[in-house]
Design a protein around this ligand. Sequence first.
Ligand code: 1GP
Length: 229
Amino acid sequence: MNDMNSWKHMFKLDPAKAISDEDLMKVCTSGTDAIMVGGTDNVSEENVLYLMRKVQSYSLPIVLEISNIDSIVPGFDLYFIPTVLNSRDVKYHNGLLLEALKSFGALIDFNELVFEGYVILNPECKVAELTDANTQIDDVDIEAYAQMINDMYKLPVMYIEYSGIYGETDIVKSAADMLTETQLFYGGGISSYEEAEEMAAIADTIIVGNIIYENINNALKTVKVKETH
Ligand code: 1GP
């Protein structure tokens, strides 16, 4: 169930945003490979638990992408831990992690954790602001980040995050070309089947978020990339 290497498509649900039971059912029965629960603002133990329980009534993997220590809830299949490599604040490299390990290190099942090397590329998105990310990155920079992740830190996942806007395919391709072991996640601004198809041809896994809340039918169409990749 948790063979995430084969996941081509994930929907990302924000616990701070409302979704109707009907739309949640459509998302969870769409054929997507997994549901990722994650967001930047107002993510709490209460809203994470609420969404987890709702999604657990469907039979697909559910992953928590940890936003803050207070909203970590047991019961997910996997826990994704971001480290933001282009953040200027050490807190978002390993500072939060250090605090979490000091408090809970003895209780953690490390087999459930997946460390994500994030590179945030939309300067306007909330997470870029929060983490003080240096988003002025060209293809040489992204290649170096990809090498850092694949060859040096040897992280299982590189996440190219354009949250809110559709990214530059050349940048994503530059990263993809450097990765031999690391799984490439792409997320940001996918709002149609055509965009999903274009990014799915480059990245290993695409993540579709906002469009779920803006146009559920277009969101559902993105799952069709699984038929071609
Ligand atoms: C956000 O990468 C995800 O963390 C998906 O981005 O919400 O723009 O689809 P969108």
